[in-house]
Design a protein around this ligand. Sequence first.
Ligand code: CDM
Ligand code: ATP
Length: 300
Amino acid sequence: MSPDGMTPYHSSARAKINLFLHVTGRRENGYHELDSLAVFADTADRLVLEAPALPGEKGRLVIDGPFGAGLDAGPDNLVLRAAAALREAATVPSTTPDWHMRLTKNLPVASGIGGGSADAAAALRLLSQAWSCESADLATVAAGLGADVPVCLAQKTQRMQGIGETLVAAPVLPRCAMVLVNPGIAVPTPAVFKAWKESGTGFRPPASLPARWENVHAMCAALAATSNDLQPPAITLYPVIGDVLAALADTESCLFSRMSGSGATCFGLYEDMPEAMRAVASLRHHGWWAEAGWIHTPLN
Ligand SMILES: C[C@](O)(CO)[C@H](O)COP(=O)(O)OP(=O)(O)OC[C@H]1O[C@@H](n2ccc(N)nc2=O)[C@H](O)[C@@H]1O
Ligand SMILES: Nc1ncnc2c1ncn2[C@@H]1O[C@H](COP(=O)(O)OP(=O)(O)OP(=O)(O)O)[C@@H](O)[C@H]1O
């Protein structure tokens, strides 16, 4: 229970969207260096610490929600991997109990919006509170779990560089409505990076960005001068992504559309929410998952 002894600890694990993604280099270990602008959506998984485990008992993970079926709740789940990594890094005493957790999976799995990474980051935020180890180096623990986990810790607009672990200030964004669309296919990230490499595409320089965009039109004009370098190889592997992008671009008042991360989820940007909601209604006619919300802008 939380410090008041009543409320369970809980956290949203928001979808991460890459507004652009440039592949800028390659490391000897095979990982790629990136320059990417990551934003967070209203659409989110939810993680709850339900009750402490009994002494000596392992913490259980229960998964529910629309995308929970088929997702393994065993030790390989990123939530439990995050718990184990934090316990070790922060040398949490073995007498400190595990927690039983519930993950409500609202985000499609292996879909380019970092759902698993967001869940792992939520587990680190919650357990560091529950275990009173907030001073642990969460950024390092996060980087050890996956390239997208560090940016998911703060869930705020940031620019990702290095292989994802170097977080730098991003432009101040205008208020902007965003639609997410996924055609129901799971896309393995390594396969897309491999296809990018085999395509022989050269590295792209980092983007040149201002300190702020005054309005959504200025932001979309600047995004048009960037790219998601993983989009062409992902479309080659999964042509339906091209259909999703065409349908998004066709929705009324769509200002900009692109694939996020390694796909298959694509996003559309709109000036206001009614237009985004109308787009969602038309995209769902294809049988695709589609959600509308604001780009999340925390106050800090
Ligand atoms: C594509 C992005 O989603 C953009 O935000 C991330 O770079 C991927 O983040 P992620 O899924 O957390 O990635 P990881 O789980 O660390 O890596 C999965 C696989 O993606 C490839 N990978 C990932 C990140 C990166 N900078 N270069 C890579 O080449 C590697 O083949 C790696 O084995
Ligand atoms: N809690 C979790 N949620 C989703 N996937 C998980 C989770 N734990 C482990 N995984 C595994 O991690 C893999 C990647 O899932 P995820 O949904 O994070 O992909 P993604 O959206 O493509 O991420 P990214 O944008 O970071 O590449 C899946 O193959 C899945 O089996």
